[in-house]
Ligand binder design. Structure first.
Ligand SMILES: Cc1cc2nc3c(=O)[nH]c(=O)nc-3n(C[C@H](O)[C@H](O)[C@H](O)COP(=O)(O)OP(=O)(O)OC[C@H]3O[C@@H](n4cnc5c(N)ncnc54)[C@H](O)[C@@H]3O)c2cc1C
Length: 333
């Protein structure tokens, strides 16, 4: 790892003042579970690292009548274990609690999770000069792409969006509080993620001198759930993920205002519009949930090695809808 200077500001303002107007030379540090990996792999070689760990303001969780605000410095473990978050947003608590393993969840922060870099093996290999470094080719497009996007959405880089919290927050209608030298602003979570297509671009829409301060989630009484299809039960990413939310939809009641968001299938979280239309105003049963799952694959264009993900999308959407509706998870029998 290249040597770097370490800064530990006590306020967000101090942190902002240490940042630069391009990524690379100075990087923010949350729990370090992604940044330090990238440094050790020589993919990221900052000269200055600005830790957010000493900023008390980033550690709070405020539960108000109309919205919940979670500080960007909260660990994933503390989010998954928080009693009010578990009650209001089971999708979020479950997703946070399924990430990696306990060691990672005790270090990793909410802000770092949303801003983490993608896990494409070509990008992570220091010897591979892909599109996101100074190269001009996405090697996964015609190479080893079994974990990559099936909805490429015109993106030249086919890595999948890495955060499993992102799709859940979109389903819950959250916003991200961002601060820079000009002050604070709210970014709707649906506009937060961005497909990187060139050197210097990130998986989010923030500038290099922006700090994620908190996430706000409206309290709207939404029924919500999250389901991941995994190869291993811990210490890995899911292969496909579905986050769902709706009004009603329990005890045979119809589901309305349905949102279905997929993770691990596209360069940004994928809002499954056809699936949402398929289940809107329906009671959730095995049949209607399965139909929504099938609709969720509409528009997919798998790469050479990942057509298998289409079946997993069907399964993830069906099971997430059934979980949210309160049905007994037959797959755990
Ligand atoms: C084995 C393994 C399995 C994993 N499985 C999953 C999974 O299933 N789902 C999933 O979502 N993730 C998974 N992860 C990734 C893990 O969740 C992330 O590494 C972690 O969430 C990053 O958080 P951090 O605080 O450690 O970020 P850091 O490593 O500190 O930072 C990550 C990036 O975010 C930037 N950053 C950090 N905080 C802020 C902020 N407040 N504002 C702006 N920028 C900021 C940093 O500059 C850096 O670029 C896995 C990781 C491993 C190693």
């Amino acid at each position: 790892m290249k040597n770097f200077s370490y800064y530990r500001p006590a306020t967000v303002e101090q942190a902002v003042s240490l940042l630069e107007n391009r990524f690379g030379n100075t990087e923010l540090l949350g729990g370090g579970t992604d940044l330090h990996d990238l440094q050790k792999e020589y993919v990221s070689q900052p000269a200055r690292v600005v830790s957010l760990g000493g900023i008390a303001q980033l550690q709070t969780v405020q539960v108000a009548e109309k919205s919940v605000t979670i500080g960007a410095g909260r660990t994933l473990a503390s989010i998954s274990e928080h009693p009010q978050l578990r009650q209001l947003f089971p999708a979020l608590a479950t997703a946070a609690g399924e990430i990696a393993g306990p060691q990672l969840r005790n270090m990793a922060t909410l802000g770092g999770n949303l801003c983490q870099r993608n896990r494409c093996w070509y990008f992570r290999d220091e010897h591979s000069n892909c599109l996101l470094k100074s190269g001009s080719t996405c090697f996964a497009l015609d190479g080893e792409n079994k974990y990559h996007s099936v909805f490429t959405q015109g993106s030249r880089c086919v890595a999948v969006t890495p955060s499993t919290i992102g799709p859940v927050l979109i389903a819950l209608g959250a916003s991200v509080e961002v601060q820079n030298a000009a002050g604070k602003r709210l970014v709707e979570i649906g506009r937060f993620f961005k497909a990187p297509n060139a050197n210097g671009e990130r998986e989010h829409a923030l500038a290099s001198n922006d700090v994620v301060v908190a996430v706000q989630i409206p309290v709207q009484g939404l029924t919500n759930a999250h389901y991941e299809v995994r190869q291993k039960l811990s210490s890995d990413w899911p292969i496909v993920q579905a986050a769902v939310s709706f009004q009603g939809g329990r005890n045979g009641e119809k589901a309305t205002d349905v949102k279905i968001v997929l993770g691990q299938v596209a360069p940004v979280p994928h809002v499954a519009q056809a699936a949402m239309r398929a289940i809107e105003n329906q009671s959730i049963t095995e049949q209607t949930a399965a139909a929504a799952g099938q609709a969720a694959t509409q528009g997919a264009k798998p790469l050479s090695q990942n057509a298998y993900k289409l079946k997993l999308i069907e399964v993830a959407v069906k099971r997430a809808l059934l979980l949210a509706s309160g049905a007994r998870p037959y797959w755990l029998a």
